[in-house]
Design a protein around this ligand. Structure first.
Ligand SMILES: C[S@@+](CC[C@H](N)C(=O)[O-])C[C@H]1O[C@@H](n2cnc3c(N)ncnc32)[C@H](O)[C@@H]1O
Ligand code: SF4
Length: 451
């Protein structure tokens, strides 16, 4: 049987499983867990262990049809301005609960489009965070940048606040594809944004691409990939287009008959990956690529890659504090998510309440399963010795799953006494294999396809 037919028979195109940016996944979060647990988690933080900080800016000037991110369109800055006031208030509220001296090792601004902020707003927001969190010496500050909504002044303001990593949205450079996803963005504008970022001293640059978009063909994909490579990014994310119009209503504007079929999608991903490899990039996890010198590639080589809400990271901070509408925080005990809709978030914070409105408290079994899933998603390898070290005899509870996987996936997996490894031919099935360790299947949740 051809590899593609074998993968297909094992569910590559039909399975709908999570991307496991967390385990348990967000649909499992409960409204019974919220502000009280958030207050407790913040008060119990160890002041000697740095935290990561995430800020969500849920505004865009344009609303791209393909986009499944939590954001809203706005043509004026007045809602953004008042949102920033609320954000500053939330940061102060959280600050009153933190033990003295908690420092941040990382800060990430995502969205939406953080570069909708003016230089003055950028300074205001950065100062609000810095007034609560001192920075570690190796502090990293990364920002998601829309090349069509940024200029030198904004980049200078971000750099002045310490931005040292940037992630630019590209998706695809072909005009026909861009038209079909409602996102026009020329190569020239993108290149000049990259030049401006580098001139401002930004040394670490990520580019986001998406395969599976309308009208993508092998020739168009090859052209986009070559253009992206000419920008010499340090990292790239190649996301499979998640077509979920039942969640992201704007995707209804995308004509389904213009989408590549399952096989074509698979080939597009393979084509891009092969070109990245030929250009010297290392494949990281299921959808990232990085230069061998990049910290993400180094982390992957040393088994230190982690999975979080932004995808893959080399961030070792155990705690992530999310600010803004819909942001998710991760504490030792579990997850907490702020009110998702911007008006609900504003209402809570302005009423003096903490913003978390849903969450999940992890059991020891969740931790074990979550770590098993993370290992597979990051390393394609489940290290039984590490699980036993971290979870003791409980790790043996996964043996039945391992045996079932051996039967189902056969020689796509390698078993030894120490580990289960997904061999390269089986890696397109990683999400499906990882889902065998997921004990929670929320009812009524429809995920995007696994390939
Ligand atoms: C917050 S957005 C990007 C930042 C910025 N607003 C921009 O457009 O350049 C983060 C990334 O999520 C990815 N993304 C959004 N919707 C997606 C979807 N439906 N399927 C796959 N990836 C998606 C895109 O690659 C996008 O660049
Ligand atoms: S891709 Fe970026 S600019 Fe487009 S809607 Fe999504 S967040 Fe906004």
């Amino acid at each position: 049987m051809k590899q593609i037919d074998r993968l297909k028979a094992l569910g590559l195109f039909d399975s709908r499983v999570p991307r496991y940016t967390s385990y348990p996944t967000a649909p499992l979060f409960s409204a019974e867990i919220g502000a009280a647990e958030q207050a407790r988690a913040l008060q119990q933080l160890d002041p000697d262990v740095p935290v990561s900080v995430y800020l969500h800016i849920p505004f865009c000037e344009r609303l791209c049809w393909f986009c499944a991110c939590r954001t809203q369109g706005t043509q004026t800055l007045s809602p953004v301005d008042s949102y920033l006031d609320t954000l500053a208030k939330e940061i102060r509220q959280v600050g009153t609960l933190l033990p003295k001296g908690v420092r941040m090792g990382r800060m990430h601004w995502g969205g939406g489009t953080p570069t909708i902020l003016t230089p003055a707003m950028i300074g205001r927001l950065a100062q609000a965070v810095k007034s609560v969190f001192a920075q570690t010496e190796d502090w990293e500050f990364s920002v998601e940048i829309d090349p069509t909504l940024v200029d030198r002044d904004k980049i200078a303001a971000l750099a002045a606040e310490g931005m040292n990593r940037a992630s630019i949205g590209i998706q695809d450079f072909d005009p026909l594809v861009q038209q079909a996803i409602g996102r026009m963005q020329s190569f020239e504008v993108t290149r000049s944004c990259v030049d401006d970022l580098r001139a401002a001293g930004i040394r670490s640059l990520n580019a986001d691409l998406v395969y599976g978009l309308p009208h993508q063909s092998e020739a168009r994909m090859a052209d986009t990939v070559d253009k992206v490579l000419s920008l010499d990014p340090d990292r790239m994310a190649l996301f499979g287009y998640a077509h979920v119009p039942w969640v992201a209503k704007r995707q209804k504007l995308i004509k389904e008959d213009s989408l590549p079929d399952d096989q074509a999608r698979f080939q597009l991903a393979g084509l891009a990956a092969a070109r990245f490899a030929a250009a010297g990039y290392e494949a990281i996890g299921i959808d990232h690529f990085a230069k061998p010198t990049d910290r993400l590639a180094q982390a992957a080589r040393h088994g230190q890659l982690r999975r979080n809400f932004q995808g893959y990271t080399d961030d070792a901070c155990p705690t992530l504090i999310g600010f803004g509408a819909s942001s998710i925080s991760r504490f030792d005990g579990g997850y907490l998510q702020n009110a998702a809709a911007t008006p609900a978030y504003i209402e809570r914070v302005e009423a003096g309440q903490l913003a978390a409105s849903r969450g999940y408290l992890m059991t020891p079994e969740d931790r074990l399963r979550g770590r098993a899933i993370e290992m597979l998603m990051c390393d394609f390898r489940l290290d039984r010795a590490e699980l036993a070290r971290g979870h003791g005899t409980a790790a043996a509870a996964l043996d039945d799953i391992l045996q079932a996987l051996a039967v189902r996936f056969g020689d796509l997996l390698r078993f030894t006494d120490e580990a289960l490894e997904i061999l390269p031919e089986g890696r397109p099935l990683t999400r499906i294999i990882a889902s065998a360790f997921d004990a929670h299947t929320p009812e009524g949740v429809r995920y995007s396809q696994a390939s």
